[in-house]
Design a protein around this ligand. Structure first.
Ligand code: PEP
Length: 253
């Protein structure tokens, strides 16, 4: 059975003290009122080692938002998958549209990152999704399939089982515009069919596919009620404990 997951993506927000305070608050709230799904917080690198020390990892998983496409060495400013793992983190987000666009991360670079993350025992939250122009040209299926083929469909079925897919239409990220639950379900079902074509029905059925893009407590119940939507990757609404908890609680409705 695939997992239901709500993952937060803090992006470049919060200094160390603010981030630690939010993680502590979430830890207390979710330890007292256990979620009905897996919860993960993906934080800037600087928070990981500190947060890992007090997080109740039976209740909240911890992840990074990126890792390097190289093993180690003279790559000033980079943070390797091994370094991420050594902090106590278990997850990493790769392929986020902001990294693809602003940092020119190509499918080939992402393929390297995915392989290094898996080789170091990290689970990968792999983001895919189309731009507004692509959606208007009805190319969303083509785009997501190419993104899967370009960076993760080279993996063995055993490795692919460690991939969580996050479908994030770029036009819905941080814009307040959410895909309707029907639009999201349609493409999630298509993504699952691509996984089935590549790895078979069992693997496809076991793959968690999250929706991301202006997801909040008010729209999460409708999105999560769809059969192929297994949870959310949450940006803005993961920065406040009550907002994030509201989305997590959508799995209790
Ligand atoms: C994201 O960037 O992963 C995201 C889903 O952002 P937001 O929830 O703010 O749209």
């Amino acid at each position: 059975m695939r997992k239901k997951i709500v993952a937060g993506n803090w992006k470049m927000n919060m200094n160390l003290q603010e981030g630690v305070a939010l993680a502590k608050e979430l830890n207390e709230v979710l330890t007292a009122d256990k979620p009905n799904c897996d919860v993960v917080i993906c934080t800037p690198f600087i928070h990981l080692a500190t947060v890992a020390q007090f997080l109740n990892q039976d209740v909240i998983g911890l992840g990074a938002e990126n890792c390097a496409d190289k093993v180690k060495g003279a790559f000033t400013g980079e943070v390797s998958a091994e370094m991420v793992k050594s902090t106590g983190a278990q997850y990493v987000i790769l392929g986020h549209s902001e990294r693809r666009e602003y940092y020119k991360e190509t499918p080939e670079i992402l393929k390297e990152k995915v392989q290094l993350a898996l080789a170091n025992g990290l689970k990968v939250i792999f983001c895919i999704g189309e731009s507004l122009e692509e959606r208007e040209a009805n190319k969303q299926n083509e785009v997501v399939k190419a993104e899967l083929e370009g960076s993760v469909f080279n993996l063995s079925a055993e490795d692919f089982a460690k991939i969580i897919i996050a479908y994030e239409p770029i036009w819905a990220i941080g814009t307040g515009k959410t895909a309707t639950a029907e639009q999201a379900e349609e493409i999630h079902a298509y993504i699952r069919s691509c996984v089935a074509d590549k790895y078979g029905a069992k693997v496809a059925d076991d793959t968690s596919i999250l929706y991301g893009g202006s997801c909040k407590a008010s729209n999460a119940p409708e999105l999560f009620a769809k059969p192929d939507i297994d949870g959310g990757l949450i940006g803005g609404a993961s920065l406040k404990c009550a907002d994030f908890k509201g989305i997590i609680d959508a799995w209790k409705k």
